[in-house]
Design a protein around this ligand. Structure first.
Ligand code: ATP
Ligand code: MG
Length: 557
């Protein structure tokens, strides 16, 4: 109820309530005492009156003189509160009565009762026995109203009200002066707390009035403020330092971010250069292989040309010349010479053998020339293919995957052959797809070269490289599987890193470039090996985008 009332008012109210309660209790106690003493004095005075009436009436009772007795009773008229009285004879009969003129109802004395008194409702009744010479001569009954008690109580009530009001006023004035000693300091403390709370100013201090509990409370509060102020200063210091450090770190981070951005741009540039380099490297690889292949074919061309030249140089043509000379010599005796001459008789047989030999020689030369033409055509094919790949680099076109595999095998054929590696084809029927042929070929040539090297390194007798193509849901896979040296798990994890190589003549560019090319193609390149000596499998996964114009399906191998 008083929770939100200011402490000054609260203290006043408490003091006043306590004062009033104390006064009220005292007043009630006094009122109770007053009532008791009024009643006792009433009993005393009416008993005396009854005794006096009894003594004055004893003669009248003895001489049976009711008139005289009534006269005696009339003397009660001087007591305004006595409303009625009666005299009883020794037999208990009413002898004489008195009724106050102020009474409202007629007076009817009650039947005689033993000595005593009682308060009933608004009246007081008293019986008193009269004795004459030790014998009961009758009794007196007096009935009085309680107006006297009520008047006394009213007086008392007025005094009490006046006293309480006075005490209230005095109490209020005193409490207003005295409570300032307590509430003043508390209000001051509250004010200081308000300043601290609203302004966050920990430099203010509360001033104390003495060494009582409030004084100690204010000391404690000031002490607490001092500590908070010190901590606040430390905190501010720490915050300043932190802000400085954050600002420094932000600047450093910004610089780092800038450096990183520059490094990233540099990296992108390098990557582009590398891509270009790897593209050229791939082209160079293809060119190297092409030259190798062309060289091989040129060997065969050379052999064929030598055979034809040899056959022309050392064939039976000169025999034909000699025969012509012989026939010229025997122009005039030809018949004689053929029929009679020892040598001439063998001439037809010789001529037949010569013709057969010449036909044979001619056929061999034609066959050799046919081989030569084919070899030249092969060279032309290889060159045209290389030119085609070089031209279409970076451009997507319709391609048959198995044909690409064949081309890559053809480009590596000489190298595989040189190391005694058997190429195996395990090709599925796959429709034409739209792809950058140059990139696919670059990857396949790299994988085949690595497989070839791994087979050679293994030193095993049966060296084999299998190229497998498979059609999967939404993509195609080309796997190059070899039974070469295999790859350790440790090397397997960094095999695609740029510059990683285990070969003395290697650069570590091949797989890195191949993986980048696979990514550019929208696919991926993965490696698998069960360990050293277990061979390796490299799988190029490409998205399967069927060409709009489907060419004829062509299983190869
Ligand atoms: N089929 C394979 N079997 C075993 N190891 C392989 C195979 N393919 C690649 N590796 C390993 O991966 C390494 C990296 O291959 P990558 O083609 O990137 O470079 P390289 O062949 O060493 O050199 P280059 O840059 O000339 O191709 C190789 O040195 C080799 O150790
Ligand atoms: Mg390589």
């Amino acid at each position: 109820m008083l929770r939100n009332v200011p402490i000054r008012r609260k203290l006043s109210i408490i003091v006043m309530v306590a004062t009033c309660a104390a006064l009220l209790v005292a007043a009630l106690a006094s009122a109770a005492y007053e009532i008791v003493s009024y009643r006792q004095s009433m009993v005393r005075s009416l008993s005396t009156i009854a005794l006096m009436i009894g003594e004055n009436s004893s003669a009248a009772l003895t001489f049976n003189d009711p008139v005289s007795a009534r006269q005696t009773l009339l003397s009660l008229g001087s007591y305004p509160h006595i409303r009625g009285a009666a005299l009883y004879d020794s037999y208990g009969h009413v002898f004489a009565t008195y009724a106050s003129s102020a009474r409202a109802h007629p007076f009817r004395p009650p039947a005689l009762q033993a000595d005593g008194y009682r308060f009933i409702d608004d009246r007081f009744e008293l019986f008193r026995t009269m004795t004459v010479a030790g014998e009961s001569a009758g009794a007196v009954y007096i009935e009085s109203d309680l107006a006297e008690i009520y008047a006394g109580l009213r007086r008392f009530a007025w005094i009490a009200v006046l006293t309480i009001t006075l005490a209230f006023g005095v109490g209020y004035l005193l409490s207003a002066r005295l409570q300032a000693a307590v509430s003043g300091q508390i209000s001051h403390l509250a004010e200081v707390v308000g300043i601290v709370a609203t302004k966050q100013d920990y430099s203010v201090r509360a001033s104390k009035g003495g060494q009582d509990e409030l004084g100690r409370l204010i000391d404690g509060f000031n002490d607490m403020l001092s500590r908070i102020q010190a901590q606040d200063a430390e905190l501010q210091d720490a915050r300043d330092t932190l802000e400085r450090r954050v600002a420094e770190r932000t600047r450093e981070l910004q610089e780092e971010a800038l450096e990183r951005q520059q490094a990233q741009s540099e990296l992108i540039r390098t990557h582009e250069q590398l891509m270009e380099a790897s593209r050229f490297a791939g082209m160079a690889e293809i060119a190297t292989n092409v030259l190798h292949d062309v060289g091989n074919v040129l060997n065969s061309v050379n052999v064929s040309a030598s055979i034809v030249a040899d056959s022309v140089m050392h064939g039976k043509m000169d025999a034909l010349g000699r025969l012509s000379t012989l026939l010229e010599q025997h122009r005039n005796d030809f018949v004689h010479y053929v029929s009679q001459d020892e040598r001439g008789r063998h001439l037809p047989e010789y001529l037949r053998t010569l013709v057969e030999t010449l036909i044979q020689e001619c056929r061999s030369s034609v066959a050799e020339l046919e081989l030569l033409r084919k070899n030249v055509d092969h060279i032309k094919d290889i060159v045209v293919m290389q030119q085609a790949y070089a031209r279409v680099g970076g451009v997507e076109s319709s391609a048959n995957l198995n044909e690409l595999v064949e081309d890559s095998l053809r480009l590596n054929a000489a190298a595989l052959n040189r190391r005694g590696v058997e190429p195996v084809r395990d090709l599925a029927i796959i429709g034409p797809l739209t792809i950058d042929k140059h990139k696919v070929l670059q990857v396949l040539v790299n994988l085949l070269r690595n497989a070839n090297a791994a087979c050679e390194e293994s030193g095993r007798a049966e060296k084999r490289v299998t190229v497998r193509t498979r059609r999967r849901a939404g993509h195609v896979e080309i796997s190059v599987i070899d039974n070469g040296v295999g790859i350790t798990p440790e090397n397997l994890s960094r095999i695609f890193q740029h510059g990683f190589t285990t070969r003395a003549t290697g650069h570590g560019f091949g797989l890195h470039g191949a993986a980048l090319a696979a990514r550019d193609l929208g696919g991926s390149l993965s490696a698998h090996s069960d360990g050293v000596g277990c061979g390796a499998t490299f799988t190029l996964r490409l998205p399967y985008v069927p060409s709009a114009a489907r060419s004829e399906l062509r299983p190869v191998g």
